[in-house]
Design a protein around this ligand. Structure first.
Ligand code: GTP
Ligand code: MG
Length: 139
């Protein structure tokens, strides 16, 4: 089951710009089923924990501030080959390099405010899903 799931969150810039509906439409039309979803906001501390793997990077403090600056919409998604297919749907980290038709190409503002997150492995998808959702919130 875990191999068919990924974790995503619509980031503060896209929530703030009113793109929640458009992004979810693209996700569902690409064949992903929403297993869990909510609207919430990270504290600076929780944002730092979520992106702890980047703690040595020069942009870490900015990333923490940005990711806690507004509401986000975390989701657990299900589909065959979910992690890789979802990374394809969102496009490159830097929207300037993202392919046409990807979520980041359409909605991201910058390399930092890039509209959406996608897990990079099955293992991280499970860890990140558990970061936001209890087992009783998955359907
Ligand atoms: P996520 O799906 O959010 O994990 O993005 P990613 O896997 O495409 O990129 P990565 O994990 O390398 O970076 C995590 C996040 O840090 C990115 O999505 C950006 O929001 C931010 N980020 C990455 N590189 C830079 C950078 O060079 N400058 C700044 N300011 N932010 C960056
Ligand atoms: Mg990443």
């Amino acid at each position: 089951m875990a191999t068919n799931r990924t974790f995503t969150m619509i980031k503060p810039d896209a929530v703030d710009a009113g793109h929640i509906g458009a992004i979810i439409k693209m996700i569902e039309e690409a064949g992903f089923r929403i297993v869990a979803i909510k609207k919430t906001q990270l504290t600076g501390e929780r944002a730092g924990q979520f992106y702890a793997v980047h703690r040595e990077r020069p942009f870490y403090n900015d990333l923490r501030t940005y990711m806690s600056s507004g509401a986000i919409v975390p989701m657990i998604l299900e589909k065959e080959n979910a992690v890789a297919d979802f990374r394809k749907l969102i496009g490159a980290t830097n929207p300037a390099q993202a392919e046409e038709g990807t979520i980041r190409k359409l909605y991201a503002k910058s390399i930092e405010a890039n509209a959406i997150h996608g897990s990079d492995s099955d293992e991280n998808a499970e860890i990140e899903g558990n970061f936001f959702f209890a087992a009783t919130e998955l359907y």
